[in-house]
Design a protein around this ligand. Structure first.
Ligand code: FMN
Length: 407
């Protein structure tokens, strides 16, 4: 078992350090030394351009491991070094990351060992860019960084100051000691460590007949992003999901359901022992009272469906004794705060996150969202941003409120 104390906060953490061809490559030797000192297991991968700036022998001596640099002449017996490294790493940190490398990463290119490894890996990726200030300010670099942030790539730095080329400005590699702190923060236990979180996501489908159903436009993206963020914050996460096209987030257990009633049953069955319940699913409010046993034929000019209310899962959970901390979602087209606070009080929730929905349906199907979050004596606005990022912020707020109420 790994030991971890103040001297070795990274004990046993498997980190792949990527080094690309920038003038700051010499500083990655210092970073390498600091990471090892902090207890990390380190492997190093270098691009061809990086080899022009610093010799692999330096890293080999520091890590005691061969340095990976060639896709085709690697050390791995099966010639699959990029796959082996991709599976091995718990974090990939590229420092320095050149403008060129960043551009090729955005395009998904895999024509060198480091790029191929990143493509093949599920490990989180962090970049420490370093370049001339004009290269950093270039529109293409800005666009590329924005696209990587949307993909959840962590960007550490750069910093402002004097540059090797004599320019002043933003573009210096973040100091190795600060990058070490970033890595330690990354691996630090999250605010939901040891907590169990149950999340519902996606739409439900309510059968009209064996081939037709009533549903809604929920994509499930927000709930899935929350599940991922809660897991990253250290929680054990169970996702009860209506039908979506999304893949199960890493580390998260998922139960698939179709209808509101199935979702209710799954939630109630899984409820004991949960600390936090986040009801993000767009559960149908009504369902056909009597779904037809056979397909309804196209005979009459008009067809009337009789609908009945579906169970209110969130209200049922919130009304239970020993209930978890309950977070609801509200989608409103008008008077957002008024309706959200009504729901917060009416269902006796701990917190509610409200979306404004209108014609463009960003909240339902898009990749971005904005939320207004309300609780008894507080509120916060989360401006429009990718759902993955807004999920992280919302999970941090939930963790904070949860710890105040249930220390
Ligand atoms: C002396 C010298 C210094 C360089 N420094 C940088 C740098 O700091 N940042 C950067 O983005 N590119 C820098 N470059 C350009 C890169 O080396 C070049 O774009 C290369 O293709 C990067 O390859 P790689 O990303 O595969 O390592 C430098 C080039 C030279 C010749």
């Amino acid at each position: 078992m790994n030991t971890c104390d103040n001297q070795t906060p990274l004990a046993g953490k498997r980190i792949l350090l990527g080094v690309t061809g920038g003038i700051a490559a010499y500083k990655s030797a210092e970073l390498c030394r600091l990471l090892i000192q902090a207890g990390a297991e380190l492997r190093v991968a270098m691009t061809d351009a990086a080899l022009e700036f610093i010799r692999p022998l330096t890293f080999q001596a520091l890590t005691g491991q061969p340095v990976a640099s060639s896709l085709f002449q690697g050390e791995a017996g099966n010639a699959m070094e990029h796959i082996e490294l991709a599976r091995w790493a718990e974090l990939i940190l590229v420092a320095p990351a050149t403008a060129d490398f960043i551009a090729r990463l955005v395009e998904g290119q895999g024509d060198n060992l480091l790029l191929a490894t990143i493509l093949a890996s599920k490990a989180p990726l962090a970049l420490a860019p370093a370049m001339n200030q004009q290269m950093w300010a270039a529109a293409s670099t800005r666009d590329n960084l924005q696209r990587l942030r949307h993909r959840d790539v962590l960007i550490w730095g750069p910093e402002a100051g004097e540059q090797a080329c004599g320019d002043q400005g933003l573009g210096r590699l973040r100091e190795p000691s600060d990058l070490l702190e970033d890595v330690i923060d990354f691996f630090a236990p999250g605010p939901l460590e040891g907590r169990r979180v149950l999340i519902t996501a996606g739409p439900t489908r309510e059968a009209i007949d064996p081939v037709r159903f009533l549903s809604n436009r929920s994509s499930g993206k927000m709930g899935y992003a929350l599940a991922q963020a809660a897991w990253r914050a250290g929680a054990e996460v169970l996702l009860v999901s209506g039908p979506t096209c999304l893949e199960r987030p890493d580390g998260v257990e998922r139960i698939d359901v179709i209808s509101a009633e199935e979702m209710r049953r799954a939630v109630l069955e899984q409820l004991p022992g949960q600390d936090i319940f986040i009801a993000c699913a767009a559960v149908a409010d009504y369902r056909p009272r009597q779904p037809a046993r056979d397909k309804i034929k196209k005979q009459s000019e008009r067809l009337t469906l009789e609908l009945e209310r579906t169970p209110d899962i969130l209200a049922e959970v919130a009304a239970r004794p020993n209930r978890p901390f309950c977070v609801g979602f509200a989608a409103e087209t008008q008077e957002l705060e008024h309706y959200a606070r009504d729901k917060l009080a009416g269902k006796k929730l701990d917190m509610i996150a409200a979306n404004r929905v209108d014609g463009d349906d960003g909240a339902f199907e898009g990749d971005d969202n904005e939320l207004a979050v309300f609780w008894d004596d507080g509120a916060i606005e989360l401006p429009r941003q990718p759902k993955t990022r807004i999920a992280r912020e919302l999970i941090a707020i939930i963790a904070d409120q949860f710890s105040r109420r249930r220390p």
